[in-house]
Design a protein around this ligand. Sequence first.
Ligand code: C2E
Ligand code: CA
Ligand code: CA
Length: 373
Amino acid sequence: GMQLLRRVRRRVVHVDELLDLLQAQPQPLAAQGQLQPRAVAMRIDAVAAAARRVLHELSAPILVNGLKLTVGASIGIAMCPEDGRDAADLLQRGDAAMLRAKEDRGAYKFFDSSIDEELKSKAALETELRAAIPNGDIVPYFQPVVRLDTGELSGFEVLARWPHQEHGMIPPASFIPVAEDAGLVDAMFWALLAQACRKALDAPGDFSLAVNISPSQVRDQWFPEKVLRTLRESGFPAHRLEVEVTESAMIGDIQRAKSSLMSLKNQGVRVALDDFGTGYSSLFLLRALPIDKLKIDRSFVATLTAERENATIVRALVGLGNALGLHVTAEGVEDNETADALRVMGCEFAQGYLFGPAVESPVYVQGQLRASA
Ligand code: C2E
Ligand code: CA
Ligand code: CA
């Protein structure tokens, strides 16, 4: 690792000389405070050329102990004075451009007005979110999970929703990443869990609740204790709770994830591996971690009946889960044909629009399911 870094640094130092050269170029002349268009264009060309050089230099394989390794980079560019005049502004904008560049891997990207718009709306959303969470504006919705063999309700997945006065219902995909970046996802989670437990206790039946947890929460050593405290305070029994984690949340510090999940499990909380099949799908994780359930991602399930390959993958994943003694839920079941196919494969649970979308109250859904059974 160190050797590789050292070699990369040497290349970057080499590139530094190139940047010095760039700086040594005469500054474009400002005419009445405005940059001359031609001078600007020349400067942009020179910067772009430098960026291409950097990427090129870095992309050549590096030989370390006989191993051929490749590294890459993404470059974001902010220009002074067009994109800002002080270092903080320029760094922030360069950073935003870099994130854009990362989407294409190994690319460079100039800051532009579309990135600016995105930054502004993200900042606005963050400000609103900061107030919305303590206000209780983020609410739990409940999506039914059913047993495939009997069609009976097994429980609900709790999904965050933000009913917004101006923008209507904001889906979690729009605000959870913002909450994560702003360090707000934990506060949001506790408010949601408490609300969800209360609503579940108001509904008849001893169905289970599944909650989604973020990567940062898997790494928080106090997380299990805080879960138990919330359960105690609300009176919701631990054996009715399930936490859903993604594989990527556990990569990096498997030991810590393991001890966190173990303490939850020791208290009776179950653990489900979410979006199974899309991440690393490391079979090692299945053995290393105390997992009770696999949730097969809807990208495989949705096209199960149309694409033979996906049917094969789903059958293999269901078989794997069953063989390891794990429960299996298929997500994103939208039609009867898919439900039938899953039942034949031996899949235990299913969730999807066929059985119902996430709704405000678990009581309502129970009535609905009974009606359609
Ligand atoms: P997920 O955990 O994979 O949740 C399932 C998503 O699939 C939900 O979207 C659900 O509405 C949607 N879905 C369910 N059935 C169907 C179907 O039949 N067809 C299709 N096309 N979609 C279906 P939603 O509610 O927009 O949630 C998106 C993601 O946001 C979730 O994916 C989860 O990763 C995250 N999320 C939601 N609530 C929370 C939360 O409270 N905390 C955290 N950390 N993440 C959350
Ligand atoms: Ca989930
Ligand atoms: Ca999922």
